[in-house]
Unconditional design. Sequence first.
Length: 64
Amino acid sequence: MSLSKQVPITERVRFLLQAEFLNAFNHPVFSWAAGSNNVQSTTFGTAYNSNSPRNIEIRANVQF
């Protein structure tokens, strides 16, 4: 997901501000391979997140 805002400074020069949200919803992936299906195990019901964590990148550009 990304957002961008372009602001004109002069007729030929623009300022561009961008934000990119990587893995914005940060959904976990539940897998039995990560934990145990034994109720008495300490890893019972644990989630395995195969996705990367949520990252936000912000960038500013001057275009001319």
